[in-house]
Design a protein around this ligand. Structure first.
Ligand SMILES: [Zn+2]
Length: 251
């Protein structure tokens, strides 16, 4: 029987982040040989998450080593600037770098960000929108600028959106009820912010890693299975409906 899979993505990664907290999390993941999806901000200009002067060259070297060990370098916005207060399709935050702006402006920012990461030697295929905020123009621009998958959406199973593999993200820490999640047989993304990690989060992660190491994957590693992942069994269609109704009631 196929098992549930998990993606662990880190948001707000840049050379201006809190290095000590970042390193603590890296050490834990490396200890258990867990690959993370790093949401790297190509040109971080957000004062709220620019905590250190930082050394960009050393940071890029470190990312390269992690990538060689199976980690994924994804793109998290471009400058992480609040251009609008538009919550986009999900409406989780009143802030966006993309939603509500013209298609051309969005495309330009996506491509400029991508160029920076490409110049560092990476080839990002996964996009993570800052503040979980994106709109239809963002999705169209993502396809145009060469992304293959994006990580966000409040639903249960992966789906194909404008030819992109959309991987939903519904957990901000290691979830409870793991056995129920296993039965629903999806791919669950857990979103972490390294600067907010507390000791109890580290303990929870460690416990999770002991049991679930083989089931943690990256977004890019799933691309080849896109068709399969977006197909639903009857049972999954029912579960998807129930999830959508439950989520709406809570929201
Ligand atoms: Zn962010």
């Amino acid at each position: 029987m196929p098992k549930a899979q998990f993606i662990i993505r880190w948001d707000d990664v840049s050379f201006r982040q809190d290095r000590r907290k970042f390193q603590t999390l890296v050490d834990l993941f490396v200890k258990f040989d867990i690959p993370a999806v790093l949401g790297v901000i190509p040109d971080n200009q957000d004062p709220d998450i620019s905590l250190e002067q930082g050394d960009q060259a050393a940071f890029v070297d470190e990312l390269r080593v992690l990538e060689k060990n199976g980690w994924e370098i994804a793109q998290h916005g471009f400058r992480h600037i609040k251009h609008t207060d538009n919550g986009g399709i999900l409406g989780l935050n009143k802030a966006s770098e993309f939603a509500g702006r013209d298609y051309d402006q969005q495309l330009q920012d996506l491509e400029q960000g991508r160029d920076i990461l490409t110049n560092f030697g990476f080839n990002p295929v996964t996009f993570i929108p800052p503040w979980h905020s994106y709109d239809k123009a963002t999705i169209k621009a993502l396809g145009q600028s060469g992304f293959k998958t994006f990580s966000d959406g409040l639903f249960l199973y992966p789906r194909l959106t404008e030819n992109l593999l959309q991987l939903p993200m519904i957990f901000w820490s290691v979830p409870n009820r793991l056995s129920a999640l296993e039965k629903m047989n999806s791919i669950y993304t857990i979103c972490l912010h390294p600067q907010l990690i507390r000791d109890e989060d580290l303990t929870r992660l460690e416990l999770f890693f002991k049991d679930y190491r083989p089931q943690v994957v990256t977004a890019a590693s799933l691309l080849e299975q896109t068709d399969n992942l977006c197909r639903r069994s009857l049972k999954e269609m029912v579960l998807e409906r129930i999830f959508a109704m439950t989520y709406k009631r809570q929201g």
